[in-house]
Design a protein around this ligand. Structure first.
Ligand code: FAD
Ligand code: NAP
Length: 443
């Protein structure tokens, strides 16, 4: 019997489990599956952890989520085609849910069956070798401190790529009297109430961590971008300046001459694709981009078609794209999709990579990832979902952010699955301090 290892039970790993479950429900004979996750429960980043640094077994904490995180895109862009928000919550809910609500939704469809039995929690995959025919996967049972090996025909890497922080160094850091941290370790903006905070970066973490600090009462928030500013209309108390040059004492000095007293520096400088558990010849090497090379259809490792990667792209689309990838991977594993010749694979990858390299603005990037997801969708029986509406929702969302970065989360969108419209939330995001599921859904 074919045996498949799924490494990681975050949203991508859960998509993979769900894909197999759906095939089985249709009466198809599915392979034997073992899913490993080094955390004690499933949900990946959405399984919030207060911990930073190492866990109780000495493993680095993979989690990068913080308290008070709200979805930064409309939920109508990430909805599962086979499990709508309306079905899960029994009623339409607002378009920008906090973490706990999305976590509940992600788990809803996998909790119903017996999928959890397929996951070995507190098990870290430490090594994966390929002998030309099969994979040897080594894993550590963290609780019992026991290492074992097993043989698999296929390996699916769904370990995420927002867990290992990229941490640059700037002059003056060693003698800075305040706190320096990466967004990976950011948990609670309350810590920065009344403080002067420097945020470095110009992507989603920089944007949202800066906004969180402002929302929870930081005295000032200064964002230092390196290449391009985000350029939003920041509220009073926030500003965006050009590139940190150095720290001198407690002063941050930027390359545009701007100086700011600082109590804390938060490095929102992104993450590394890091796969210490794969042998060198199996490792994807990429930065955070929309089409990492060497992946056929963004999924199948070019040099070894028994190795799949899920969710390795930079992400506009998330959960339904992960599903499309998982359904595709499943059908490759089950022999329903034939992998073409080496030349065709190369041409296909090159086509996408060269298109990606020409993208100039967010609208084009949204189009690119929507086209990619649509193509994948057409290759499997993943249920119908309105990608044109998702494309439109994403573009409207981008424009809402440009109009007002403080209010974009108060807007409503319509569902690509049920067509229902997300009601306006009872409290505008800026003043909604209680992000619990209960308050979000009921108050
Ligand atoms: C701060 C932050 C906020 C985000 N907010 C949003 C948002 O609002 N909306 C959105 O759609 N997306 C958001 N994302 C994007 C996020 O990437 C996806 O939502 C999603 O979590 C990706 O799923 P994944 O399964 O690829 O990875 P992850 O969620 O990272 O899950 C990977 C899993 O693999 C396990 N694992 C890793 N290595 C091993 C190993 N060697 N052995 C065993 N298990 C292993 C980990 O324990 C983890 O459970 C956010 C990301 C970050 C960092
Ligand atoms: N729900 C939410 O609200 C929320 C919040 C946070 C994060 N997220 C998600 O988390 C994921 C990761 O986002 P991310 O922003 O952490 O990573 P990212 O998108 O990869 O961005 C990394 C950023 O780091 C900057 N950078 C790198 N090195 C730097 C340096 N030496 N000095 C200054 N800046 C530097 C980059 O700037 P250059 O452009 O100059 O290279 C870029 O802006 C995304 O999927 C995002 O959606 C979501």
């Amino acid at each position: 019997m074919t045996k498949v290892a799924i490494i990681g039970a975050g949203p991508c790993g859960l998509s993979m489990l769900r894909a197999f479950e759906q095939a089985e429900k249709k009466g198809e004979k599915i392979p034997e599956i073992v899913c490993f996750d080094k955390q004690d429960d499933w949900g990946g980043l959405w399984n919030y952890s207060w911990r930073t640094g190492s866990d109780q077994y000495g493993d680095p904490v993979p989690n990068s989520m913080y308290r008070y995180l709200w979805s930064n895109g409309p939920k109508e862009c990430l909805e599962f085609a086979d499990y709508s928000f309306d079905e899960h919550f029994g009623k339409p809910i607002p378009s920008f849910p906090p973490r706990e609500v999305l976590y509940d939704y992600i788990l809803g469809r996998v909790k119903k069956g017996s999928l959890k039995d397929k996951v070995k929690f507190n098990h870290t995959v430490t090594n994966t070798l390929f002998d030309g025919e099969k994979f040897e996967v080594t894993y550590r049972d963290k609780k019992n401190n026991q290492t074992s090996k097993d043989i698999f025909d296929y390996v699916v890497v769904s370990t995420g790529h927002f867990s290992v922080p990229f941490i640059p160094e700037y002059p003056g850091m060693k003698s800075f009297p305040g706190r320096i941290m990466h967004s990976h370790d950011f948990r609670d903006a309350e810590e920065f109430r009344g403080k002067n905070v420097i945020v470095l970066g110009s992507s989603y973490s920089a944007e949202d961590v800066a906004l969180q600090c402002h929302k929870y009462g930081a005295k000032s928030v200064t964002i230092g971008y390196r290449h391009n500013p985000m350029g939003f209309k920041w509220p009073k108390g926030m500003k965006e300046v050009y590139h940190l040059d150095r720290l001198e004492g407690n002063k941050a000095i930027f390359k545009d001459g701007h100086e700011q007293e600082a109590d804390a520096v938060i490095l929102c400088t992104g993450y590394l694709h890091h796969f210490p558990f794969l042998s060198e010849n199996l490792k994807l090497q990429t930065h955070n981009r929309l089409y990492p090379p060497k992946l056929y259809k963004g999924v199948v490792w070019e040099n070894n078609h028994k190795l799949m990667y899920l969710g390795m792209q930079d992400q506009f689309h998330t959960f339904n794209m992960f599903d499309c990838q998982a359904w595709f991977a499943r059908d490759v594993i089950m022999g329903k999709i034939t992998i073409p010749s080496e030349t065709d694979i190369k041409n296909d990858i090159n086509k996408w990579v060269s298109m990606e390299e020409k993208l100039e603005n967010p609208d084009q990037m949204i189009d690119f990832q929507t086209e990619y997801t649509k193509e994948l969708h057409s290759l499997s029986d993943y249920p119908k979902i309105d990608f044109e509406l998702i494309r439109k929702n994403f573009k409207e969302w981008e424009h809402h952010k440009v109009e007002d970065i403080m209010t974009y989360r108060n807007k409503s969108f319509s569902s690509p699955v049920t067509g229902s419209i997300g009601p306006v939330h009872h409290t505008p995001w800026e003043t909604a301090m209680d992000d619990s599921l209960k308050t979000f859904l009921n108050k």
